[in-house]
Design a protein around this ligand. Sequence first.
Ligand SMILES: [Zn+2]
Length: 327
Amino acid sequence: MLAPISPFDKLTPPKAQRIHYPRLISRVTGTAVAKRIEDHQKLPPAKLLVVVAHPDDEILTTGTLAKYAGTNSIQMVFLSMGEGGHDVSGLDLADHDEDRYDRPQNPQLAWVRQAELAQAMQVLGIQKPPVLLRYPDARLSRYGDPIKAELKAIIQATRPEYIITFGPDGFTGHPDHVAAGKFTFDAVHELDAEDPDARTRQLPGRLYHFAMSQTGYQTFKETLGKVFQPDEAALASHPMPQTEKPFVARAISDLKRRKVEQAWKAIKPVDISPTDWRVELSPADLLRKTVSMASHRTQFSADEIRLFDAYFKADPHEYFRRLDRFA
Ligand SMILES: [Zn+2]
C-alpha cells in the first residue's frame, strides 16, 4: 500500500520566522532625526497632506479621502503608532480595552495597528504609503522640536495644496490630537516665515482642521443619544426600529464600561462658515468609510462600527474648518 502523497511533501518548510516589530522612538537624537529628514526629503508631491496622531484618527476624514483618492495624490502622516491603545478585538493584543491615554509602549500592538492601517488605506484607495513617525503614543507633546522639524521637511517635499489636521480642541480632547494639530500649525507658520517658496507661503490659508458642525452634532447626539443619556426608558421610546435596539443597548453598555463616552462628550460643535469645507459623501464613499473603520479591529467593536455607520448615513458629510489660530 502506497502512502498518500501530499503536494506539500516536496516543499521545504521555511525556517522559523521571527516577527520583527516596528522600532518605536524611545530616545530622540539629532543624528536620528537628521537621517529621517533625509528620507522625508525624497517624498513625491501630494495634493493633500493629512497629519494625525494615531492610526484610526483618519476616520474623521475617510469619506473625503475615499472620494478624492482616485484622482488626487494624498499623503498621510501618523505621528505615533498608537501602541499604548486598547484592543477590543477579543484577541487580547493589549492588556486592556478601556479608552485610556497612559499605557506603556507595546510593540506588538504597534505592529497590529500598522497592519490594520494598511488595510484601511487599501479600502480607501490611497496609493502612497503613509509616513509613520513612531513617536511614543500618549506622549507626543514632549517631542515638539523633532516632530516640527520632520513635518517641515515633509511639507517642503510634498508641497501640498491643502493640509488637514486637528484643531485646538483635538476633536475629542486627546492631548496627542492637540499636539498633532499644534505642531502642524507651527510647522506651516515657521515655513511661511522662513521659506521663499511661494507655494509654501500660501499654506497658512489652506490649513484646515476636523470639525463637527452644529447640524452634524445634533445628528450625532440623536444617533448615539443613548451614550449621552443612558436610559433604558428613553431607548424603549426611541423611534429607531425595534430590531436595532438590542445592538444599540449592547454597544452603549460596552462603550460605557470602556469609558469611551468621555471622549465623545468632549466633542464641541462649531459654526461652519463659507471659508470652511463641507464635503458631501455618496453611498460609495460611506461604504468605504465604514469598511475602512472596520479595518481597525483592535479599536472599534462591531457594535460600535454599526452605531457609527448609522450616524454616517444620517449625516453624510465631513466638515473641515480653516485653522487660523491655535490658542
Ligand atoms: Zn487618536
